[in-house]
Design a protein around this ligand. Structure first.
Ligand SMILES: [Zn+2]
Ligand SMILES: [Zn+2]
Length: 328
């Protein structure tokens, strides 16, 4: 297991033909940033603890960066192995821990975007994926909001930085003394798979990038190997790479904004979401390393950010979680 520093270890957990990256952070107490999918605690976290001469009994905190299945799907399995663990998540993403149905009902889930695109034929497949990767439910011991501190002892104090956009309750954990930020999916470069743009449903994603930039961290520990300069790299970026990854993320978002403006200009505001998204996605080829797929003129993962920019440009209201957002 590759150490990031003398206090941080990265755990690579297989996910959907790729991987999600979890981080063990060690002060006097031990925290795990994200649990991965339902099988990650047994297949990835347990062997990692063993490698460090630790066991489930040594783990004090599970801190979720957000409620998506690849980051919190393993919460219940982890809690079953380590009942003493305190689980922390931002209150706005807490509802996603209720199980697959909570995701299927969410207006920002892929399933909602499939309906918007008129691709109801994909819904069954989405449901099957969610039921496969989300494990049993677990509770939450600590609701974490902006400015909260999880003190692990020694010099390891993790400050919660609310960075919405990818989900409404996305947070980063900032270890100031170590100059490190754990960003989950709040920084996505050009996207997590070759050919796929970043995933966000709200333009708050861009202001969150500014917020992360302002922390001045020199180590960025991300949840996936988000693309940067057209290639997939290590999920941990250091020094100048941090600045460049943040710049790549902003540039990708600006490119989507231009593509959406182009689509609105070409088709006019009376066009359907599917028509606008298809023209915008095709326009992106000039700025981002995207891939076309015969099965879907607009890949579902690309459509959420396109919708966010259409909303920002006045075409439609944003995808929102009104009942949840009121609690933020
Ligand atoms: Zn996510
Ligand atoms: Zn993710």
């Amino acid at each position: 297991m590759p150490p990031v520093s003398d206090r941080v270890y990265r755990i690579q957990a297989p996910y959907d033909g790729n991987a999600v990256h979890l981080y063990l952070v060690r002060g006097d107490r031990l925290a795990l940033i994200d649990s991965g999918a339902g099988d990650s605690p047994s297949t990835a976290v347990e062997p990692a603890l063993r490698e460090l001469g630790l066991s489930w009994a040594d783990l004090d905190y599970l801190l979720n960066t957000h409620g998506h299945a690849d980051h919190a799907g393993g919460n219940g399995e982890l809690k079953a192995s380590a009942p003493q663990v305190q689980i922390g998540i931002h209150p706005a993403d807490r509802y996603l821990l209720d199980g697959p149905q909570a995701h299927l009902n969410s207006p920002t889930d892929s399933s909602a975007v499939m309906r918007l695109l008129g691709r109801d034929d994909l819904l069954q497949q989405r449901e099957a994926v969610l039921r496969r990767v989300i494990g049993r439910s677990a509770g939450v011991e600590r609701e974490l909001v902006d400015g909260d501190v999880v003190d692990l002892g020694q010099d390891v104090r993790l400050t919660v930085v609310h960075t919405p956009g990818h989900t409404v309750g996305s947070v980063c954990y900032f270890w100031e003394a170590g100059g490190s930020v754990f960003s989950g999916d709040a920084v996505q470069g050009h996207g997590w798979r070759a050919g796929m743009p970043p995933i966000y449903h709200d333009m708050a994603y861009v202001s969150s990038l500014e917020r992360i930039d302002s922390l001045g961290a020199n180590v960025l520990c991300m949840g996936h190997t988000f693309g940067w300069q057209g290639v997939l790299n290590d999920p941990v970026r250091r020094g100048a790479e941090v600045v460049q990854t943040l710049k790549a993320s902003r540039d990708a978002s600006a490119a989507i904004g231009r593509a959406v403006a182009h689509a609105l200009q070409q088709l006019g505001p009376a066009a359907s979401f599917g028509e606008l998204a298809e023209v915008a996605f095709r326009e992106l080829v000039f700025d981002l390393p995207i891939l076309f797929d015969r099965a879907s003129p607009v890949p579902v993962v690309a459509a959420r950010a396109i919708h966010a920019h259409l909303a920002a440009q006045g075409w439609a209201p944003p995808l929102a979680e009104p009942a949840v957002a009121a609690q933020v």
